[in-house]
Structures are given as structure tokens and as C-alpha cells.
Design a protein around this ligand. Structure first.
Ligand SMILES: [Zn+2]
Length: 323
């Protein structure tokens, strides 16, 4: 049975090599297994201690400088701080680019906002911020076919101002070739609850031409979460975060959001003690597996050494549900 399965799997891989069958990839799995729960908690603690990162504060500037220094210490050199001004204050998007070896001019964008409202925002969106940092650490020395941009947006809480600025001043004028925008916003879970499910968000709004591809990518995301974490997935619609300006510009988007929604977002109580860092650890593992799938991580092993058989049973994906 195992032999037959292996043969079938190899045939399937050959047959669908262009269509990307999402089976467990042990090369990706080994990278995912290096996600560090203690790194995540250390970064969340630093983020929390930076304070309330709202427009015009020293805290948001300190957060910006901290994020930049973290990428520098990881060895990234292509780091752009993109200033923009609203309500009389200047703040910055932070854009880190890792160049792909086959399609250097096509970009997987993985983004999270780092500005916060009324509180330290450890969940909203320290969780997405440190998830990106941990992914970037583990992807640094992995060759990928597609280029990756890690983008930390500012001005999200004031109405997606940073992401709108980036789309209008970089994406559209540069005609940036984006394979996918993968947005991560508020994936910290709720302390005391069973946090075992993450919501995978796809595009159901106008314009509609990009909706079908968003659903395809979001199903791949959900499959990868099932393969590389212990979480269940649910599909829902994308709304109210930094993927929206990209969506409006016709780009393909997907996103993650916690299933148990914190009651503390945008309050002083959005702190580590009220979230579930182990949930964020699992979301990070699943996200990293998905990022490797989307950017196409290139194994350093010969193909014979890579076992294509999936190690875990795929979690079923429940039917679409609306808000
Ligand atoms: Zn948010």
C-alpha cells in the first residue's frame, strides 16, 4: 500500500508539477519545525514594552527602528523606509525585499501593520509583526523561485493609510508584478479559550475579476496550515485590513485572522497576558509552510531525498461562511 501510494504520489507530482499539488514537503517541514516559540515570546514582549504605537508618538518611531534593526541583524540589506504624512505627522512603511532566483521581478508580498490604537497592541498587530520577523529569520538563507517582500505597514488603524500609500505610490506607478498579497492581522488568540482554528480570508468584493484566483490561493493557504501546523481552518471573506487597497487595485489577496476574536483589541488590555502565544506559534508554522509553497522554496537536497508523501491527514475545510 505504501509502495503504491509513493508511486501514485510521484506520478501526481510529475503530472501536476505546474499546478502545485499541496502535499507535505519535508524540506519545507524541516524549516517550519525550526520556528521558535521563545523567539516569538521575546519579540512580543519587546513589542509590548514599546508602548502605544499611535500616530505621532515616540513609541511608533521606536517600533519602526526596532523592526528595521531586527531585519538588519538577520542579515537583510534591502530595507526601505517609506515615509508618508497624515494628521500632521510622518510615519513609515517598512519594506524588506528578498530576491528570488527564478522570478526576481515577481513578488509574494507578506504584510502586517505595526501601528496600534489605544494600547500596546500585542495581538493587534504585534502578533502579525513578530510572525513576519520569525518567518524572515527562517527564510533568510532559503533560496526561493519568487521574490518576497515583507512589508510592515503603518497607519492601518487610521484607515489603511500606509497600505493605500504604498499601492498608490509604489505598486501602481512601478507596475509591480505581485503574485499574491498575504496579509496577517491579529492572530494571537484569546487566553483561556481553546484556540485551534484560524480564519483564511479570500476576496469576495469588487472588482470581481480577481476573486476566483484569491479563492484558489486561499485554499492553498488553508491546506498548508493543515499540513504544517496543528490548526483547523475556516474560510471567510477578506475585509478591513491592509490587503484591501491591493484588492481594489485588482491584485490577488489572501489573509489570516484569529477565529476566537480578542475582546481587547484597541484597548490598553491588548497585552501578551490576554492572548495565547502557543496559538501564534502554530499560526507562524502554518504561515511559513504557506510562504514556502507560494514563493516556491528550492530544496538543497536531491529530489530522491525529499519524501512527497503527506505526513498528516488534511484537515477538512468547512464551507464558506459570512461574517
Ligand atoms: Zn489590525
Amino acid at each position: 500500500m505504501k509502495r503504491a501510494l509513493l508511486f501514485l504520489s510521484v506520478c501526481t507530482l510529475i503530472y501536476t508539477s505546474k499546478a502545485k499539488s499541496q502535499t507535505y514537503n519535508s524540506f519545507y517541514g524541516d524549516i517550519v519545525n525550526s520556528v521558535s516559540a521563545s523567539n516569538i515570546i521575546a519579540d512580543l514582549t519587546t513589542f509590548e514594552n514599546l508602548g502605544i504605537k499611535s500616530n505621532g508618538t515616540t513609541a511608533i518611531t521606536n517600533a519602526q527602528n526596532w523592526i528595521v534593526s531586527r531585519y538588519q541583524s538577520l542579515g537583510y540589506t534591502d530595507i526601505i523606509e517609506q515615509p508618508f504624512t497624515y494628521s500632521g505627522n510622518t510615519t513609515n512603511n517598512i519594506i524588506i525585499t528578498k530576491t528570488g532566483s527564478v522570478y526576481p521581478n515577481t513578488f509574494l508580498i507578506i504584510d502586517a501593520h505595526y501601528d496600534t490604537l489605544n494600547g500596546p497592541g500585542t495581538n493587534d498587530n504585534g502578533s502579525g509583526t513578530v510572525l513576519l520577523l520569525e518567518m524572515a529569520r527562517l527564510l533568510k538563507n532559503v533560496d526561493t523561485e519568487y521574490s518576497i517582500k515583507f512589508i510592515h505597514f503603518s497607519g492601518e488603524e487610521a484607515g489603511l493609510i500606509g497600505s493605500n500609500y504604498y499601492v498608490n505610490n509604489t505598486v501602481i506607478p512601478d507596475n509591480l508584478d505581485i503574485s499574491l498579497v498575504f496579509n496577517i492581522d491579529q492572530v494571537g488568540g484569546v487566553n483561556g479559550l481553546i484556540n485551534d482554528t484560524v480564519v483564511c480570508e479570500h476576496d469576495m468584493s469588487n472588482p470581481t475579476e480577481n476573486n476566483a484566483e484569491s479563492l484558489i490561493k486561499t485554499n492553498i493557504l488553508a491546506t498548508c496550515i493543515g499540513l504544517y501546523s496543528n490548526l483547523n481552518t475556516e474560510l471567510s471573506h477578506a475585509y478591513g485590513s491592509d490587503y484591501v487597497p491591493f484588492e481594489n487595485a485588482g491584485k490577488i489577496i489572501t489573509g489570516l485572522y484569529e477565529k476566537n476574536e480578542t475582546p481587547y483589541s484597541h484597548t490598553i488590555n491588548d497585552v501578551l497576558a490576554n492572548m495565547d502565544p502557543n496559538y501564534l506559534y502554530q499560526v507562524t508554522k502554518g504561515s511559513l509552510g504557506a510562504a514556502l509553497e507560494f514563493a516556491v522554496g528550492i530544496t538543497t537536497l536531491s529530489t530522491e531525498e525529499v519524501t512527497p508523501i503527506e505526513k498528516k491527514t488534511l484537515k477538512s475545510i468547512p464551507t464558506l461562511q459570512k461574517e
